[in-house]
Design a protein around this ligand. Sequence first.
Ligand code: SAM
Length: 216
Amino acid sequence: MTTPRPEIDPQATATTRARYDRVARIYDRMEGLMEWRSFRKWRSLVWEIVGSEAEKILEVGVGTGKNLPYYPHEVQVTAIDLSGQMLARARQRAAQLDLNIELLHMDAQALAFADESFDVVVSTFVFCSVPNPLLGLLEIKRVLRPDGRAVLLEHMRPRSPWLGKLFDLLNPLTMRLSGANINRRTLENIGKAGLEIESIKDLSLQGIVKLIIVRR
Ligand SMILES: C[S@@+](CC[C@H](N)C(=O)[O-])C[C@H]1O[C@@H](n2cnc3c(N)ncnc32)[C@H](O)[C@@H]1O
């Protein structure tokens, strides 16, 4: 049984949009070291899984478009983001690459796509910031084709209870500074959305960063 569908919180959504609009200008520099040390390696893993067999791919929360260089060239990608400023940077990046891509300003909690529109949905470091992650995951489930899958690279609350509590304490600070929650229970949320977990790979200590493949 899945959890009842929650309502969108307009205020929380506006706050998230404003936070990412604010950090967009410095976002790539802010993440530069982590991108170089780990993220780029993990992005490669995501796009190896996606491969080039899927016909229609949706990237949720494309941000400044850091995944764009990894997109398979032959396939059609639709990418959305809540923040117009983040999306503007993704548009600049896309202009330098020869891609079949459509970039749209849209809320992952209310996707403007028909049911069963995509073969694959990708998100990288997004469900830490979607105001209501359950709504976003329910939307992914709705737009996935029956045999489709979602590939999620996400950071979440650490495994250890005491470290988890520390992350709970620090969370209001990280939210204010970067817009990201560091204590999201993403695996539980995936279960609540009624998505089936096909595989989970721990990529960092304490299971904080995971590569998760889910099916409808
Ligand atoms: C931490 S950034 C990650 C960006 C990108 N995926 C990456 O890997 O660099 C989170 C992104 O999710 C977007 N986001 C947050 N809530 C969203 C929502 N409800 N709908 C669409 N995008 C959202 C933010 O605007 C931001 O661009």
